[in-house]
Design a binder for this molecule. Structure first.
Ligand code: EPU
Length: 458
């Protein structure tokens, strides 16, 4: 067990959380922007890059193909792709993230053969990469799946394609963009993802010289360019963090002003938040104050692709719903295994039940299949501290921090190294808002360790 796995958060909860916090750069754009930099023929500078584990993993992947990644200032990375000298990424010893599958298409523009390890990510479903592999084939690439990775070849320059995605997958849309911007001819991606991270990626690619047209109805048209240049791009504020701080403020009956967040990136979240009784006040173009406005009401939430309620907001919101006056329902439609964290919330006093029915009519990717589709949350339940809670996946991690913050007494949360892959500098930022949280060293039992071996970040 590494030293890091012995570290836990100890939180003395039961007090309102008040103050100001600045969202770090979005994890789910930062790692994509780092991969995108490899498409340029000169260095790219990225600012507001969060200091989180997932960025370090991606930097290692880029360095493993010879790209030069330099932290030129705090939160600023310069990536020089001109030093790239191989396209064979070694199989990692442990962990991983979603970047390898994106590197497969990116590197295929520069090399005839590319080999990447299997993709990591939270154990929240099968998280297949079939759309990515199909897209590479439609652009003329040949892909083999080996037990521990993927190998792609090309015999000639990649050719544009018309791709209809079976589902508006974020990652597969990114792969199609990466393939198309330097492919020969005009590509059309239909049923594309339209998450804010996708639009930021399009902006970044355009600034590198890509010709990309968006239009209503999830359609993106790309006219392949001969080459792209390096650029300078700021990573926008993390909308998953922002929603979590909103849930923390409201659940603890506190008052938190979140800076560094564009309200438009929160989509329908602000409406759901107010529907349950939360209050918002826009304090500036990138600042929102979140608080509890009235007695919290139960609600029905169905996770969805943007602009719907993001699956990554589900866990912190579930903690908020434990404080609502009545029975709430969450229908998870994106991942088939994203309720694993609820069991442990019960040790703090939450009352929840997971059912295999779709309680809602939103399109569910796994309808009629035997998974836990919906969760029923009975509130309000006062939460009390626990000494034995272990984080099962990244987003559940922050949900547990929120739960411990509102629970009376002192809780210990283990497995925080997974949380810290996606959230930076948690303790000092929360201490600033008067949350009694510290990082401590603890003993872990073998059960915890075995469980953690199976989890990696989102
Ligand atoms: N899917 C397939 N085949 C594919 C691709 C996706 O079946 O080839 C399925 C997935 O299994 C899933 C659904 O489509 O059920 C959505 O997957 P998507 O490709 O949209 O997700 P992703 O690109 O792998 C990113 C974020 C996730 C976030 C989703 C949805 C990153 C690194 N991860 O994943 O974030 O939940 O989009 O918005 O960008 C997190 O940050 O904790 C996290 C899980």
């Amino acid at each position: 067990m590494s030293d890091q796995q012995n570290i836990a958060y100890r939180i003395e909860g039961g007090y309102p959380v008040n103050g100001e916090i600045t969202c770090l750069g979005a994890k789910n754009f930062a790692i994509k922007a780092m991969v995108t930099a490899l498409l340029g023929d000169s260095p790219t500078t990225l600012t507001n890059v969060p200091a989180i584990g997932d960025v370090d993993i991606t930097a290692e992947l880029l360095a493993s193909v010879g790209a030069t990644v330099t932290r030129t200032a705090q939160n600023t990375l310069t990536i020089d792709p001109t030093t790239m000298n191989t396209s064979i990424i070694p199989i990692p010893h442990s962990g991983g993230n979603r970047a390898p599958i994106l590197l497969l298409s990116t590197l295929l523009h520069h090399f005839e053969t590319v080999s990447v390890p299997v993709v990591g990510g939270c154990q929240i479903g099968a998280r297949s990469v079939d759309y990515h592999l199909d897209a590479i084939r439609q652009f003329g690439g040949i892909v083999d799946e080996t037990g521990d990775g993927y190998v792609a070849h090309k015999v000639e320059h990649l050719k544009a394609a018309h791709i209809h995605l079976p589902y508006p997958s974020v990652g597969a849309t990114e792969t199609c963009l990466f393939l198309s911007v330097l492919a020969e001819g005009r590509t059309v991606i239909s049923n594309a993802a339209i998450e804010p991270e996708i639009f930021e990626l399009i902006t970044m690619l355009r600034s590198m010289g890509a010709i990309i047209f968006t239009s209503p109805g999830r359609k993106i048209r790309i006219d392949g360019a001969k080459h792209l240049t390096g650029t300078r791009m700021e990573v926008f504020g993390d909308r998953i963090e922002a929603a979590s701080w909103a849930a923390l403020a409201c659940a603890s009956d506190g008052n938190v002003t979140v800076h560094g967040i564009r309200p438009d990136t929160l989509g329908n979240f602000l409406s759901y938040f107010q529907k349950v009784g939360g209050g918002i006040e826009l304090k500036g173009p990138n600042s929102i104050r979140f608080f509890r406005k009235e007695t919290l009401r139960p609600t029905i939430i169905e996770t969805d692709v943007f602009p719907g309620f993001s699956t990554d907001w589900q866990q912190p919101f579930a903690v908020l719903l434990t404080q609502a006056d009545g029975t709430s329902i969450i229908h998870e439609t994106v991942y088939e295994k994203r309720f694993g964290y609820l069991k442990d919330l019960e040790t703090l006093g939450a009352r929840t039940q997971v059912v295999t029915h779709c309680l809602g009519d939103a399109d569910c990717r796994y309808r009629d299949r035997n998974y836990d589709h919906s969760a029923i949350i009975m509130g309000p339940t006062p939460l009390t501290a626990t000494d034995s809670i272990t984080i099962p996946d990244l987003r559940a991690g922050l949900a547990y921090v929120i739960a411990a913050a509102i629970a009376h007494g002192t809780s210990t949360i283990k497995g925080i190294h997974y949380l810290e892959r996606g959230y930076g500098n948690i303790v000092p930022r929360l201490v600033e808002m008067n949350l009694k949280i510290e990082r401590v060293t603890v003993e872990q039992d073998s059960l915890d360790t075995e469980r953690e071996m199976k989890t990696i970040d989102g």
